[in-house]
Design a protein around this ligand. Structure first.
Ligand code: DPM
Length: 360
């Protein structure tokens, strides 16, 4: 087997050498759609490269009946794919950025973050409630979500509703909603619904004043071997400047809070001209206790020196083609906002939420 970083190639029909790049993906329909999307972009940019797709199922796909927040393993959906990357069986793995831990295992990096889809959450109603909204659903209607973040914010905002776990991939969840009478509505990321072609099922997009989104939500990430300079350079042109800076700030915020996918943490970010704004919040499980603040930072590029991929990673993201001063400023913004919330008691809120969730 060839060594990491060594290009794999074969001969085409005319005896010409063709570079082959293998892309690992989970078997779920959304994962396939996301991987195909990145493949098509790469194909357009590098028409001579042969891109092969290798599908595998992960622990997260197999344990479908346990709430995500209870399984605890942060790298649930990513471990097997990283093993395949490490063993050189694949060269690229496409993920939803929000499923990638803020600290990646050594040897891996995010080599590209693509332009963000809508980062907001969406309400999908049971067909019998067509035309309604969360606000006007009947008293004690049950809303399906296993996101502590969504449940905490929405419980506080819509006290007449009840919340229960729903698991499974998007197809399974929509089926559970439509074919049973357990849920009046479910909450899903608008980005996933759009990518699946189910935009028409969205009856309401949740504004940040109702429900702020998860760190990295709506953005696709391309994970590669950190030492594979060839592939890193190749995928780096997929980086979307503003999305990278927003996501670096969001990930730095989450990392500084020591939060994973199993704590109620939410964000909202925006780039306006040369300023990056980050709002971050932590919640108790029922949303009755919370801390929220907004900070901003300048992302004007400085006089830059050319960097190598060894020294330009920020919260697991390698983006040597984006201004180092802007990246450092985005990362500091996330750290500073988390430090501010921690000084106001965020650790206590999160520790209590974690303990109560573990005890459930
Ligand atoms: C993470 C969470 C969820 C996913 C937790 C959260 C939702 C779990 C649930 C970290 N990953 O958001 O607070 O609702 O039970 C996931 C989805 C997408 C990526 C599906 C979704 C698609 C959107 C995207 C699961 N991961 O959130 O509806 O690319 O951001």
């Amino acid at each position: 087997m060839e060594k990491p970083g060594e290009a794999q190639s074969s001969l085409d029909g005319n005896g010409k050498s063709v570079r082959i790049i293998r892309m690992g993906t989970r078997k779920s329909q959304l994962a396939r759609i996301q991987t195909d999307y990145v493949r098509d972009k790469l194909k357009e940019l590098y028409p001579d490269v042969e891109l092969q797709i290798v599908a595998m199922s992960t622990i997260g796909d197999k344990i479908l009946d346990t709430a995500l927040s209870k399984i605890g393993e942060k790298s649930l959906f990513t471990k097997e794919l990283e093993n395949a990357l490490e063993k050189n069986e694949v060269d690229i793995v496409v993920h939803s950025l929000k499923d990638l831990p803020t600290t990646l295992p050594p040897g891996f990096t995010v080599g590209a973050i693509l332009e963000r889809e809508s980062p907001f959450d969406a309400v999908v109603l049971h067909p019998k409630h067509a035309g309604l909204s969360l606000e006007v659903l009947p008293e004690t209607s049950v809303i399906g979500t296993s996101s502590l973040r969504r449940a905490a914010q929405l419980k506080k905002r819509f006290p007449h509703l009840e919340f229960d776990n729903i698991r499974g991939n998007l197809n399974t969840r929509l089926k559970k909603l439509d074919e049973k009478d357990d849920f009046a509505a479910i909450i899903l990321a608008a980005a996933g619904l759009k990518r699946m072609g189910w935009e028409s099922r969205i009856s309401q997009i949740l504004d940040p004043s109702d429900c702020m989104y998860a760190v990295g939500q709506g953005a696709l990430a391309v994970e590669v071997r950190a030492k594979d300079t060839d592939i890193l350079n190749m995928v780096s042109i997929l980086h979307h400047h503003d999305t990278v800076l927003r996501c670096v700030a969001e990930r730095a915020f989450l990392r500084q809070l020591e939060g994973g996918c199993s704590v109620p943490v939410a964000v909202n970010s925006e780039v306006k001209d040369t300023l990056l704004y980050l709002t971050g919040a932590v919640y108790s499980l029922d949303g009755s206790d919370s801390l929220k603040d907004t900070m901003q930072a300048s992302i004007v590029p400085d006089n830059e020196v050319v960097r190598s991929s060894d020294d330009c990673a920020h919260v697991g993201v390698t983006a040597c083609n984006i201004s180092e001063s802007a990246l450092a400023s985005a990362e500091k913004l996330g750290v500073d906002l988390a430090t501010l919330l921690l000084s106001k008691g965020a650790k206590n809120i999160l520790d209590t939420a974690r303990q109560l969730n573990d005890a459930r």
